[in-house]
Design a protein around this ligand. Structure first.
Ligand code: UDP
Length: 322
């Protein structure tokens, strides 16, 4: 019998790329997604149920109708700045609804859960690269949301025999234009789409601060291609089924690029210069975020194969020009 995976937020950027890969590898996929950012979902690799992932009536019917082997949860609000100005919305969606979902899931005997966490749980790094033992000190409501859910998962694992894997993403990037899968945030706040659009439309690209404590003064991030992220979810699922053990992993490449390095790579790929202007630092940004990914490499045998900068920018540009 094919195993069935329920993907919350599977119409979104990382969720859809993951659902696609899981289906390619022979798994049955059911997506619950509210389609808040999209009118429609033009893919046939999953069964889409349009709705809220904390709608208990909807969940009861899904868990009664299908035998779900695991749940992957991508349905979160992600904009750090909005989490500061509207924490209520973030705590409601990312924490309260997630707990409500877990309760219904466990009630129906589903015990495998893969959670999209974030390196935001670490806050300002005291040591780079960041390993999983790095102290937790989230500085935004968003980061706190992720950490709170991780604590809930720990306690539920103890009490209710839940098995979970928490993947602490670094900076998701890139696209899979051939399969019509890519980034589509409204509003877009992420550097790569904004930079590519600025070059294409001959608009100014804003660098948020060039006085950071890094070699060229701009922030360094660990950009990981969404297809490498998707692979980690597949491996996490297979590990849970086989090893039946909870784990927490950092999910990044272990290499960092500065904003200025991204600009150079994007200009090269687009064949055009960017108009850049340096603005003030963005609240909450830290100098450098780079993953120590030894743990996921050794336990899940995960290796990134799409995450070199050229490939990330190339695929993102193709997606922007679709
Ligand atoms: N950034 C920038 N200009 C932009 C958007 C982002 O200089 O228009 C910088 C931002 O300050 C950060 C990096 O690019 O240092 C990555 O930001 P993004 O929002 O893509 O991801 P984050 O690391 O905040 O999750």
């Amino acid at each position: 019998m094919k195993k069935t995976i329920l993907v919350l937020g599977g119409a979104g950027y990382i969720g859809s790329n993951t659902a696609y890969l899981l289906n390619q590898r022979g798994y049955e996929i059911i997506i619950i997604d509210k389609l808040i950012y999209k009118q429609k979902f033009d893919h046939d690799f999953a069964k889409l149920i349009v709705g809220d992932f904390a709608d208990t009536n909807l969940l009861e019917s899904v868990f009664e109708k299908y035998k779900i082997d695991a749940v992957m949860h991508f349905a979160a609000f992600i904009e750090v700045g909005v989490s500061v100005t509207n924490p209520a919305e973030f705590y409601d969606n990312n924490v309260v609804k997630t707990i409500k979902f877990l309760d219904t899931m466990i009630k129906h005997g589903v015990k495998n859960f893969i959670f999209s966490s974030s390196c935001a749980v670490y806050g300002n790094p005291v040591k780079v690269p960041i390993d999983e033992a790095h102290p937790y000190a989230p500085i935004s409501p968003y980061g706190k949301n992720k950490l709170i859910v991780e604590y809930v998962l720990q306690d539920y694992a103890q009490a209710y025999d839940l098995k979970y894997i928490s993947l602490r993403y670094f900076n998701a990037a890139g696209a899979d234009p051939k399969n019509n899968l890519g980034e589509q945030h409204i509003p877009e706040t992420h550097i790569i789409p904004l930079l590519l659009r600025a070059i294409k439309n001959k608009k100014t690209f804003k660098i948020f601060g060039d006085d950071y404590n890094t070699p060229d003064g701009t922030c360094i991030r660990d950009y990981i291609h969404v297809k490498d992220l998707a692979l980690a979810h597949l491996l996490a699922f297979e590990y849970l089924i086989k090893e039946k053990k909870s784990q927490v992993f950092n999910l990044g490449t272990g290499h960092g690029y500065s904003v200025k390095e991204l600009i150079t790579a994007a200009e090269k790929e687009a064949g055009q210069e960017a108009n850049i202007e340096v603005f003030a630092r963005r609240a909450g940004d830290v100098d450098t975020l780079i993953a120590d990914n030894k743990k996921i490499k050794s336990i899940l045998n995960w290796e990134p194969s799409y995450s070199n900068l050229e490939n990330i920018i190339h695929s993102a540009l193709e997606w922007e020009n679709r």
